[in-house]
Design a protein around this ligand. Structure first.
Ligand code: C2E
Ligand code: MG
Ligand code: MG
Ligand code: MG
Length: 286
């Protein structure tokens, strides 16, 4: 075992670690030389209100296909990019693509867009984001920025300032993956938030474990008390839909409704949802 550093972080080398580090470093170098605009794309996953049976919006999720590396998961390449200044450029490329997709959606639908911690502490990136949104002509009130707890714990003052700028334009802010990290109930109410997304980790066991049900119920009640909207993510079965509605949250996202899809399938999904959405929800209710 040898000791080394990767991006300032100490690493103990074993054979697997070495392979892993080399893989991450290949990803980083590839991201640096490719045409990001050509290789990155977005998939869109529907977010629905099961109370009204209506589609309310889509979350944009990054996809990367590279001729040599194949498909690289966003969980991998976004976290590599986040350790460098690359993330700022990637965020801008993806935001332009997302807004161009939104321009062909019906007015009532919102876009949920993930920002990383590094975006929120970079004043340059925030100003670019503002400029991209302004020049897109999309109503900023249709855009929700998703941020994670880890992002919020970083450079609190700067993150708050970035969120303040974005909210003053009319954007909304959602706290993503709530409950998955070191939880932060103590400062959730101090943050400028509009919405909380309950992590899918809690949903997985909701039908089997009373414990998981109680946690979800507690967070739903918290949202109601603090006047946040609430979204439950990772909903995969009709039984979960039924339980979550009963616990008091009607906005949901997950494979039960649809997997993330390319923009080419979004229009058909929007057109079809009234029908197929209802059918699924009837199935869930029965
Ligand atoms: P996230 O923002 O929490 O996105 C939700 C993830 O859960 C997505 O994974 C989605 O495909 C997956 N998912 C949705 N419904 C279900 C379900 O019912 N079951 C299961 N098992 N999974 C479900 P994905 O697309 O692989 O993205 C992973 C993460 O990568 C995202 O988590 C987000 O943190 C990050 N990410 C993705 N796109 C972007 C982006 O454009 N910018 C930034 N900064 N991060 C992004
Ligand atoms: Mg998200
Ligand atoms: Mg999430
Ligand atoms: Mg996540």
């Amino acid at each position: 075992h040898a000791k080394a550093r990767y991006r300032g972080q100490p690493v103990i080398f074993s054979r697997e670690h070495e392979v892993e580090i080399r893989k991450l470093s290949t990803i980083e170098h590839t991201l640096r030389r490719i045409d990001l605009d050509a290789e990155l794309s977005l998939h869109f996953q529907p977010i629905v209100n099961v109370g009204t049976s209506r589609l309310v919006g889509f979350e944009a999720l990054a996809r990367w296909h590279n001729p040599e590396l194949g498909n690289v998961a966003p969980g991998v390449f976004i976290s590599v990019a986040e350790r460098t200044e690359l993330i700022g450029t990637i965020t801008q490329v993806l935001l332009r693509k997302a807004l161009s997709a939104v321009s062909s959606w019906p007015d009532g639908l919102f876009l949920s867009f993930n920002l990383s911690m590094r975006d929120l502490i970079s004043q340059g990136t925030i100003l670019q984001i503002v400029a991209i949104i302004e020049s897109s002509g999309i109503d900023p009130r249709r855009i929700i920025i998703e941020v994670t707890e880890t992002a919020l714990m970083q450079d609190y003052e700067r993150v708050q300032e970035s969120l303040r700028i974005l909210r003053s334009m009319g954007l909304k802010v959602a706290l993503d993956d709530f409950g998955s990290g070191q939880s932060s109930l103590s400062y959730v109410h101090q943050l400028s938030l509009d919405k909380i997304k309950i992590d899918r980790g809690f949903v997985r066991n909701i039908a089997m474990q009373e414990n998981a049900r109680n946690i979800v119920k507690t967070v739903i009640d918290l949202c109601r008390n603090l006047k946040f909207d609430c979204v439950v993510e990772g909903v995969e079965t009709a039984e979960q839909v039924e339980i979550i509605s009963r616990l008091g949250c009607s906005t949901m996202q997950g494979y039960f409704f649809a997997r993330p899809m390319p923009q080419g399938e979004v229009e058909a999904f929007i057109a079809d949802f009234g029908l197929s959405g209802d059918r699924r929800l009837v199935a869930a209710a029965g």
